[in-house]
Design a protein around this ligand. Structure first.
Ligand SMILES: Cc1ncc(COP(=O)(O)O)c(C=O)c1O
Length: 363
């Protein structure tokens, strides 16, 4: 299948009239264009840019009835780059393919995924905000379209690439509430994939946590409710005795691209990284006795966000002695690469406008 670039007159007209709002916030402003490709008769068809808007989905479709959908979160960065750059897009593509396969959906081909990214980012290039921490947040999405009340997979699917010119997710350090009742993911489930159901199942706890004066739940393992896993949209890290500790990938944690990048950056700075089981009781003891000096969360949207407080819904709360010393150091190193200010020793960034280079990276 050869993707055909499309420049529909209405897409061009929409962009001609477009102006960025201020302030942007995160994920609030949606780009006026999107990309769509369809999977019909066992093959991905060529996609195209179309005006952003509601898509026609039957209420009995498997994505609506059974949550047969998955998505990704990635960014195009301008700041010091000559042309907007993507960060490790092959890692997002690989995770998207794993999520799709887990839900019995055909991942888009590398051609479709690369075409979507290069067409959309190139068309929207003039509007990508260029302050540090700002970006074009990109949301690849895959939906099962067939109508059926019988529990079975669709045979027709639709791939969309949506975009949102954005600021960073959180401006300030966050407070996390240890979630002792609900679970985000269980072994053998879909916690390591980026599927909508994981997030739907987290919303009630998030509401309780906000009512209790926190920002995000800190999820524990489903089997014992004793081991730290991650936040609802970010991975979790702790600085203990000047080492970086993070829960090992257990199959129930999303393998974050940011988590992996931070581990490699920390390694290159001779910071010892320990991926292990972190019992919540031990972590709280380490905070009380002073060996844990810092907690932070990390993810594409939030980048690196210090955690200033950890506590229980109706119990003790603990402030961290240092909100962000190592987090600030690592965030600077990561953003310097993502935003094009530093050498990129591992070739993590690639110009989104380089369609053939991008396809080679994804193939
Ligand atoms: C549950 C969850 N954990 C971790 C992350 C961080 O992943 P990444 O660094 O790839 O954005 C995300 C964001 O996608 C997430 O939704």
């Amino acid at each position: 299948m050869t993707p055909t670039p499309t420049d529909q007159p209405n897409v061009t007209a929409l962009l001609r009239e477009y102006a960025l709002p201020s302030p942007l916030g995160f994920g609030q402003e949606l780009a006026p264009i999107m990309y769509r490709a369809d999977y019909v008769n066992g093959t991905w068809q060529a996609g195209q840019l179309i005006p952003f808007g509601e898509v026609n989905i039957n209420p009995a479709a498997t994505c609506v009835q059974f949550g047969q959908q998955c998505f990704e979160g990635m960014k195009a960065y301008k700041v010091a780059h000559k042309r907007p750059a993507l960060f490790r897009p092959e890692a997002n593509f690989a995770r998207f393919a794993r999520s799709a396969t887990r839900l019995s959906m055909p991942p888009p081909s590398p051609e479709v995924f690369a075409d979507a990214l290069s067409q959309l980012v190139t068309a929207f290039e003039a509007f990508i905000p260029s302050g540090s921490g700002q970006s074009l947040y990109l949301r690849p999405t895959l939906l099962g379209l067939d109508n059926t009340f019988a529990v079975k997979s669709s045979e027709r699917f639709c791939f969309l690439l949506l975009a949102s010119p954005s600021d960073a997710y959180y401006g300030d350090p966050i407070k996390v509430m240890i979630e002792r009742t609900h679970s985000r993911a269980a072994k053998g489930g879909t916690g390591a994939e980026k599927v909508g159901g994981n997030y739907a199942g987290s919303l009630l706890a998030t509401g309780r946590c906000i009512d209790a004066g926190f920002d995000q739940p800190l999820w524990l393992d489903a089997a014992t409710h004793s081991e730290v896993e991650e936040l609802s949209g970010m991975n979790f890290m702790a600085v203990i005795n000047d080492e970086l500790h993070t829960p090992a990938l257990s199959g129930t944690i999303l393998p974050g691209v940011t988590r992996d990048s931070i581990i490699r950056i920390a390694d290159s700075m001779d910071i010892r990284v320990v991926e292990r089981t972190i019992p919540i009781a031990d972590l709280l003891t380490d905070i009380i006795n002073g060996s844990c000096s810092e907690l932070f969360s990390c993810g594409t949207a939030a980048i690196i966000c210090p955690i200033s407080e950890i506590g229980d819904e109706d119990g003790a709360r603990m402030a961290l002695p240092e909100t962000g010393k190592m987090a600030t150091h690592l965030k600077k190193a990561l953003l310097d690469i993502q935003e094009g200010r530093a050498v990129d020793p591992l070739d993590w960034t690639i110009a989104a406008t380089d369609a053939s280079g991008l396809l080679a990276r994804l193939s």
